[in-house]
Design a protein around this ligand. Structure first.
Ligand SMILES: Nc1ncnc2c1ncn2[C@@H]1O[C@H](COP(=O)(O)OP(=O)(O)O)[C@@H](O)[C@H]1O
Ligand SMILES: [Mg+2]
Length: 248
């Protein structure tokens, strides 16, 4: 089937009337699998071709390149997770803006594209979205919302929280962004543990990003969580200047 060649898929994804387009982007172009990945707009269109980290972080770049080159196998067979972290340094005290989230979304996008290809070939049908982007602070906000407002607001918030949590637990590839950024309560740490432990036990590929080393993650969230993450991921350090900073 010639139309399943790589270029043909990208061509079809540019055609608003095609089945792959509607499945990927929805009939209005703002839905479908692409929307429900939950990736923030700022990071939405990252692919290997545009990943800007090669010069500053050649080792991290090579890792992403290798993973993307065989992304289905890494996720489904080798079940390799990644821990993208920054080492704070004098030129970048908080370890932000080094491309960790960008690199994680790059892998997520390539995996979704390959899964769509599988789906279209009839190899492995997509039932639920195979990928999800979960920012740790958003999860915490959703968790806390369950305990605020009227009973009706709490009920709605609770439903929403469990929907997020269940997707984070179930998806084939999860990006868990910015873990351990702020003090976690005991009850929220327990929630984090449940998700992370589930993914570790089920051997579901997970890409964690953090502005902290694993030691600092252990200090903030406890050894239980840190050891689960460590056991399921390859650590990849990102260093250099903060590229988020605006310069005049
Ligand atoms: N080495 C780099 N060179 C150029 N731009 C970069 C580099 N690293 C990151 N960026 C850009 O900086 C911005 C912030 O990157 P982000 O992935 O959010 O960093 P982090 O998750 O490490 O805080 C993005 O727009 C990204 O494209
Ligand atoms: Mg980030």
């Amino acid at each position: 089937m010639v139309w399943l060649l790589q270029d043909k898929l990208l061509e079809l994804l540019a055609d608003e009337t095609s089945y792959p387009y509607v499945f990927m982007y929805g009939s209005n172009g703002n839905g479908g699998l692409w929307k429900s990945r939950n990736v923030p707009a700022k990071y939405s269109d990252n692919f290997l071709e545009t990943l800007p980290i090669a010069a500053d972080n050649p080792v991290a770049y090579a890792t992403v390149e290798k993973y993307v080159g065989n992304v289905v196998q890494y996720v489904q067979e080798k079940k390799v997770g990644l821990f993208f972290f920054s080492k704070p340094c004098p030129e970048n005290r908080f370890g932000t803006g080094t491309g960790k989230t960008t690199a994680a979304v790059t892998i997520l996008n390539h995996y979704l594209l390959e899964r769509l290809r599988q789906h279209l070939k009839g190899e492995q049908a997509i039932k639920d979205n195979p990928v999800y982007f979960c920012k740790s602070t958003d999860l915490q906000t959703a968790f806390n919302a369950q305990f605020r407002g009227t009973p009706e607001m709490q009920r709605v918030a609770s439903e929403r929280y469990y929907a997020i949590k269940n997707r984070a637990k179930a998806v084939e590839l999860l990006v868990f962004d910015d873990i351990a950024t702020k003090a976690s309560t005991e009850s929220f740490t327990e929630e984090l543990y449940e998700i992370i432990d589930h993914r570790a036990s089920e051997e579901l590929a997970t890409i964690y990003t953090s502005n902290m080393t694993m030691e600092a993650v252990a200090d903030l969230l406890g050894d239980r969580i840190a050891s689960r993450i460590e056991g399921m991921t390859v650590p990849v350090a990102f260093s250099g200047a903060d590229h988020r900073k605006k310069v005049l």
